[in-house]
Design a protein around this ligand. Structure first.
Ligand code: MN
Length: 259
């Protein structure tokens, strides 16, 4: 098995190293990660500037681009082979509910998925690296189990996994969940810089709006590892019918009086 590892916190992040250490004897692993922190970069690709790949002393390769850039160039020419699995993380902080839209950790995994490769995004719920060793061990268990079940290297799928910051013994089982929802983000923060110019800082993510039983928010709060299969189709299938009605009443350009 060949695994491509990336993340969004950058190639120096403890979560990336922990994931690498946890998987290095499970498969042939390659790490290609952003040079800088790229949290909240989603699936962004750098199309207006060149990308450079450098190798760190530990063998990790780093790119002056986004998480999706890393996986994209790895799969479109940088790697001489096609990996069986793309894993991303372990992220410094939760990627639950609406976070998945913004997350660079999910973005890196999703890029693999879009290229037809199974992919997993791993995140720790709290932003302090506490019990990172336990999270890495859980990640390893999941990858090993999926490999043993022959789920890797076949049909592509995309899994979003969030792990509570607990000691290994205190983490409960993997729990299949749907995504919860968050309230809208906090207000933007305005400050004045030393030159008198106003700066704006994007506010923190909102608190959970839907953390009912069955959601990732609920599972991780109870000590479980949440596991949500994601898809990319954003079509609102429930409302297609209702929109069809609206569209049927639209006046086309040719029918506009005097048009
Ligand atoms: Mn991050």
């Amino acid at each position: 098995m060949k695994i491509l590892i990336s993340n969004d916190d950058g190639y120096l992040a403890p979560g990336l190293l922990a994931l690498y250490e946890a998987l290095r004897d499970v498969a042939e692993v390659e790490v290609i990660a952003p040079e800088q922190n790229n949290s909240a970069k989603s699936n962004a690709l750098t199309v207006s500037a060149p990308l450079y790949v450098h190798k760190a002393s530990n063998g990790f390769r780093y790119v002056n681009g986004t998480p999706a850039d890393c996986v994209h160039i790895a799969l479109t020419g940088l790697l001489p082979y096609r990996p069986d699995l793309v894993v991303s993380g372990i992220n410094n902080g939760a990627n639950m509910g609406d976070d998945t839209i913004y997350s660079g950790t999910v973005g890196a995994a999703m890029e693999g998925y879009l290229f037809g490769i199974p992919a997993i995004a791993f995140s720790q719920v709290e932003r302090n690296w506490l019990h990172l060793d336990a999270a890495a061990r859980k990640a390893r268990e999941l990858v090993l189990s999926l490999q043993q079940q022959h789920a890797v290297g076949q049909t592509p799928w995309l899994l979003n996994v969030n792990m509570p910051n607990l000691a290994y013994e205190d983490i409960k089982a993997f729990k299949l969940c749907r995504l919860g929802r968050r309230h809208a983000a906090e207000k933007v923060i305005q400050q004045v810089n030393p030159r008198g110019e106003t700066m704006y800082w994007i506010g923190a993510a909102g608190p959970a709006a839907d953390d009912a039983e069955g959601t990732d928010f609920h599972a991780t709060a109870q000590g479980f590892v949440s596991m949500t299969p994601l898809k990319v189709d954003l079509t609102d299938h429930d409302y297609l019918q209702s929109w069809a009605h609206t569209v049927s009443h639209l006046v086309t350009g040719a029918e506009v009086p005097g048009g």
